[in-house]
Ligand binder design. Structure first.
Ligand code: NI
Length: 376
């Protein structure tokens, strides 16, 4: 509740870090913190023989003003845990309490990773944390994370082997034409018209360049240009996102976008500059580890509590950085309430308490499944 009431956005998770350290202290779990980074590591069953499992929760909130009206709603206007990262932290603390109760029964050490800045989108928080050695000392054999999912019923956990979430890149385009009176557009080039052609031209890449069975999204999320109805601006700026699954498709899309944008601008006589920044890679769940965890979840929670997800989503998550280095899985934690739709990142997103209980159990069961192997 305190985590939800006092959200902090990416790179500002200082008080959140302090709350986590206090909670781990109370559980008697040793921690590691950093002077220049808000991540926290916790260590359970140190020195035990067996595979090292890391369990990860992200910590940051979003710049959204909460409108849930809940008694524990955010105290800070313009900041809200609208992506459920408070649930992820609480569930990891819950799992830590379960696992730390009887450390002698653990099949190996468990490392808790509380990671800041997941919403950052650029380097995120996972990469800086990995560079600071969060997967070493002791070296991590498996990693498990989870994210709340309104599309899965509360009380259940969604599993998805293979491609799970997309790679996310940022596209910035600046179109330079020649401004002037809107009644004399022939003196152009008109940057607004060129920008419009580019927006449409990008969608032709999605429909005609990529393979139809290989998902790609290109969305322009913002366009800025102009000051008045009768003045053509010199410059129009656009920003968008490019989502892909396969590395080869990711490269092909970047090349196709650069080509298409230059050719449209060139054909209309405008100059253009293109910025393309690679964000998080695609998240791919190794099938063997995902199956072991799913089996453990079914045995402990019942068949009906585990949902086999058919499709990946085009959202992105920097947990992919851990899975690039260590096998494991990323679970979709059920947060759906029948008849009460609320999407992630919305001001009314309010996962039920049941989600937290299931999330804590799911992480503890996942660690156990990986350390004891598949149960008969
Ligand atoms: Ni999130």
């Amino acid at each position: 509740m305190a985590l939800h009431r006092e959200p902090e956005i990416s790179h500002h998770e200082r008080a959140t870090r302090d709350k986590i350290v206090a909670a781990l202290d109370e559980l008697g779990i040793p921690v590691r913190t950093y002077p220049d980074f808000f991540g926290v590591l916790g260590f359970i069953g140190q020195g035990r023989r067996g595979p090292v499992v890391a369990l990860r929760a992200d910590m940051d909130a979003l710049p959204v003003t909460e409108e849930t009206g809940l008694p524990y709603a955010s105290r800070f206007p313009g900041k809200m845990h609208a992506c459920g990262h408070d649930v992820h932290m609480s569930a990891l603390l819950g799992a830590a309490a379960i696992l730390a109760q009887e450390p002698d029964r653990l099949g190996g050490p468990v490392k808790l990773i509380f990671q800041p800045a997941e919403e950052d989108g650029g380097d995120g928080g996972a990469l800086p944390f990995i560079r600071r050695g969060c997967l070493r000392d002791p070296d991590v054999d498996y990693v498990v994370g989870q994210h709340v999912e309104p599309g899965v019923p509360a009380g259940s956990v969604g599993v998805k082997p293979g491609p799970c979430m997309a790679a996310a890149d940022t596209l910035r385009i600046s179109v330079r034409g020649r401004g002037g009176h809107a009644a004399s557009p022939h003196q152009g080039p008109d940057a607004v018209l060129v920008a419009s052609e580019i927006v449409c031209g990008l969608q032709a890449i999605v429909s005609r360049v990529r393979n139809p069975v290989d998902p790609v999204v290109i969305s322009i999320g913002q366009i800025h240009g102009g000051t008045r109805h009768n003045i053509l601006p010199d410059v129009v700026e656009m920003e968008g996102t490019v989502r892909t699954f396969r590395p080869a498709t990711r490269n092909a899309m970047e090349a196709a976008i650069r080509r298409r944008v230059r050719s449209i601008a060139g054909s209309l006589g405008a100059r253009v500059s293109i910025g393309y920044r690679r964000g998080y890679p695609a998240l791919w769940n190794p099938p063997a580890e995902t199956a072991r965890i799913a089996e453990g979840l079914r045995a402990a929670l019942g068949d009906r509590s585990v949902v086999d997800l058919e499709n990946p989503v085009m959202g992105a998550e920097d947990f992919a950085r851990y899975l690039e280095r260590v096998p494991g899985t990323f679970l979709r934690l059920g947060a759906g309430i029948p008849g009460r739709p609320a999407s992630l990142h919305s001001a009314t997103f309010a996962p039920p308490g049941e989600t937290l209980v299931t999330g804590a159990a799911a992480l503890a069961i996942a660690a156990d499944s990986l350390q004891s192997g598949a149960r008969p």
